[in-house]
Design a protein around this ligand. Structure first.
Ligand code: FES
Length: 107
Protein backbone atom coordinates (compact mmCIF):
# COMPACT_ATOMS: atom_id res chain seq x y z
CA UNK A 1 0.00 0.00 0.00
CA UNK A 2 2.13 2.90 -1.23
CA UNK A 3 1.73 6.33 0.32
CA UNK A 4 1.78 9.27 -2.07
CA UNK A 5 2.34 12.86 -1.04
CA UNK A 6 0.64 15.54 -3.13
CA UNK A 7 2.17 18.99 -2.77
CA UNK A 8 -0.54 21.53 -3.53
CA UNK A 9 -0.04 24.95 -5.12
CA UNK A 10 -0.92 26.70 -1.84
CA UNK A 11 2.03 25.02 -0.11
CA UNK A 12 0.03 22.43 1.78
CA UNK A 13 0.34 18.70 1.23
CA UNK A 14 -2.02 15.75 1.22
CA UNK A 15 -0.95 12.20 1.99
CA UNK A 16 -2.92 9.44 0.34
CA UNK A 17 -2.53 5.73 0.95
CA UNK A 18 -3.30 3.87 -2.26
CA UNK A 19 -3.73 0.25 -3.18
CA UNK A 20 -0.96 -1.19 -5.29
CA UNK A 21 -2.05 -1.51 -8.90
CA UNK A 22 -4.18 1.62 -8.95
CA UNK A 23 -3.13 4.65 -10.89
CA UNK A 24 -2.03 7.86 -9.28
CA UNK A 25 -5.04 9.79 -10.62
CA UNK A 26 -7.45 7.36 -8.93
CA UNK A 27 -5.57 7.72 -5.67
CA UNK A 28 -5.86 11.51 -5.91
CA UNK A 29 -9.57 11.50 -6.72
CA UNK A 30 -10.37 8.91 -4.04
CA UNK A 31 -8.32 10.87 -1.55
CA UNK A 32 -10.11 14.14 -2.36
CA UNK A 33 -6.98 15.85 -3.62
CA UNK A 34 -7.96 19.19 -5.15
CA UNK A 35 -6.51 20.11 -8.49
CA UNK A 36 -6.69 16.72 -10.19
CA UNK A 37 -9.65 17.16 -12.53
CA UNK A 38 -9.35 13.98 -14.65
CA UNK A 39 -12.07 14.91 -17.13
CA UNK A 40 -11.52 11.89 -19.39
CA UNK A 41 -11.55 9.40 -16.56
CA UNK A 42 -8.05 8.11 -17.16
CA UNK A 43 -7.84 7.67 -20.91
CA UNK A 44 -4.83 9.93 -21.45
CA UNK A 45 -6.95 12.24 -23.56
CA UNK A 46 -7.62 15.34 -21.46
CA UNK A 47 -4.38 16.31 -19.70
CA UNK A 48 -6.32 17.57 -16.67
CA UNK A 49 -4.60 15.13 -14.32
CA UNK A 50 -1.19 16.69 -14.91
CA UNK A 51 1.38 16.48 -12.11
CA UNK A 52 5.05 17.23 -11.70
CA UNK A 53 6.90 14.26 -10.27
CA UNK A 54 9.46 15.33 -7.70
CA UNK A 55 12.73 15.57 -9.58
CA UNK A 56 14.50 13.25 -7.13
CA UNK A 57 12.05 10.46 -8.04
CA UNK A 58 11.53 11.08 -11.74
CA UNK A 59 13.85 8.26 -12.76
CA UNK A 60 12.04 5.83 -10.48
CA UNK A 61 8.68 6.71 -12.02
CA UNK A 62 10.03 6.57 -15.55
CA UNK A 63 9.19 8.44 -18.74
CA UNK A 64 5.76 8.88 -20.35
CA UNK A 65 4.68 6.57 -23.13
CA UNK A 66 4.19 7.98 -26.65
CA UNK A 67 0.47 8.80 -26.28
CA UNK A 68 1.03 10.46 -22.92
CA UNK A 69 4.00 12.35 -24.28
CA UNK A 70 1.82 13.89 -26.99
CA UNK A 71 -0.93 14.83 -24.52
CA UNK A 72 1.59 16.52 -22.26
CA UNK A 73 1.91 19.19 -24.93
CA UNK A 74 -1.68 20.24 -24.10
CA UNK A 75 -1.45 20.80 -20.35
CA UNK A 76 -2.90 24.05 -19.00
CA UNK A 77 0.13 24.66 -16.80
CA UNK A 78 3.57 24.70 -18.36
CA UNK A 79 5.10 21.38 -19.27
CA UNK A 80 8.30 20.61 -17.39
CA UNK A 81 10.84 17.77 -17.70
CA UNK A 82 9.13 15.86 -14.87
CA UNK A 83 5.56 16.41 -16.13
CA UNK A 84 3.38 13.30 -16.18
CA UNK A 85 -0.29 12.48 -16.52
CA UNK A 86 -1.23 10.97 -13.18
CA UNK A 87 -3.64 8.54 -14.85
CA UNK A 88 -0.67 6.89 -16.52
CA UNK A 89 1.39 6.29 -13.40
CA UNK A 90 0.73 2.84 -11.96
CA UNK A 91 1.40 2.67 -8.26
CA UNK A 92 3.32 -0.12 -6.61
CA UNK A 93 5.17 -0.57 -3.36
CA UNK A 94 8.30 0.56 -5.21
CA UNK A 95 6.71 4.03 -5.39
CA UNK A 96 5.95 4.24 -1.66
CA UNK A 97 6.74 7.79 -0.55
CA UNK A 98 6.29 9.27 -4.02
CA UNK A 99 6.05 13.06 -4.00
CA UNK A 100 4.19 14.86 -6.78
CA UNK A 101 3.44 18.53 -7.22
CA UNK A 102 -0.02 19.59 -8.39
CA UNK A 103 0.08 22.46 -10.89
CA UNK A 104 -1.89 25.67 -10.35
CA UNK A 105 -4.25 25.04 -13.24
CA UNK A 106 -5.58 22.04 -15.14
CA UNK A 107 -8.04 23.57 -17.61
S1 FES B 1 -7.52 11.69 -16.65
FE1 FES B 1 -7.55 12.52 -18.64
S2 FES B 1 -5.49 12.46 -19.24
FE2 FES B 1 -5.47 11.64 -17.26
Amino acid sequence: MPTVIFQLPDGTERKVIAASGTVLMQAAVSGGVEGIVAECGGNASCATCHVYVDSAQAELVGPPNDVEDEMLDFTAAERRPTSRLSCQIHLSDALDGLVVHVPEEQV
